[in-house]
Write a protein that binds this ligand. Structure first.
Ligand SMILES: [Zn+2]
Length: 242
């Protein structure tokens, strides 16, 4: 195993723990993948994050037929991750989770409109909600891919959300930001509904983000998640785009 592979395997492990420690996910309903050359490394199915080790991360060729290697089988949602990494060269990592507010909106079949300028962090003036299909199926994967056209995140009807990034750090940052946005939109609905931003206003935000470095990477995880021997967090992710 190369050093690069070990680093990615380790990151998938501590990002899974971070997903739950941050309150964005619960149980083992979330799953995380990363691209390593022509392979996908993905969190395994039904193993509590506390028991995860780098060796338990499954490996699948991206040009294969779903065959995988590892002591544990890949997440039951591997098809979504696999299809995304194949279809989207801009994606180096994919995060799937069931955050409460994203999922509440997805249960109601609502997309997130341009209610806040941070919508632009997901590529446009909305975050779509993919239609419903049974978890783990090719149908769900196809619907998700469609909802992600020109976007870097989507909701999944009666299920949860998906986010991608040009790094695992970015995909995680988008996951946390999407849940914050979903919560803000939900709260605005209690107040009579949001005043939406125009396409021109979102286009202006997109241009500013491009110049700002939405590319720059967000913070390292908290020391408690990553382990006491690792370096402490650097700064808050939200500041990257504010
Ligand atoms: Zn799920």
């Amino acid at each position: 195993m190369t050093k690069g592979e070990l680093v990615l395997r380790e990151e998938i492990v501590w990002r899974c723990r971070e997903l739950n420690a941050s309150g964005v996910n619960q149980g083992t309903s979330g799953n995380i993948s990363g691209r390593l050359e022509n392979r996908m490394l993905i969190s395994p199915s039904a193993i509590p994050y506390g028991d995860l080790t780098p060796e338990l991360i499954a490996s699948m060729p991206l040009d294969g037929d779903g065959a995988w290697e590892g002591p544990a089988k890949p997440s039951s949602e591997w098809r979504m991750h696999y299809a995304l990494l194949r279809a989207r060269p801009d994606a180096q990592a994919v995060v799937h989770a069931h955050p409460a507010f994203c999922t509440a909106l997805a249960i109601a079949g609502k997309e997130i409109p341009a209610c806040h300028y941070m919508i632009a962090a997901f590529g446009g003036n909305s975050v779509r909600c993919a239609g419903y299909a049974t978890f783990g199926t090719q149908d769900l994967s196809d619907l998700a891919l469609q909802a992600l056209t020109d976007r870097t995140a989507c909701l999944l009807a009666n299920h949860g959300m998906l986010a991608l990034g040009d790094s695992l750090a970015k995909a995680m940052w988008r996951t946390v930001e999407l849940e914050a946005l979903a919560r803000q939109y939900y709260l605005s609905l209690q107040l009579g509904g949001p005043v939406l931003l125009s396409k021109a206003q979102i286009d202006e935000t997109l241009a500013r983000f491009a110049g700002y470095g939405l590319r720059s990477e967000p913070a390292a995880p908290t020391a408690t998640v990553r382990g006491a021997t690792r370096e402490a967090p650097v700064k808050k992710a939200r500041g990257e785009a504010s």
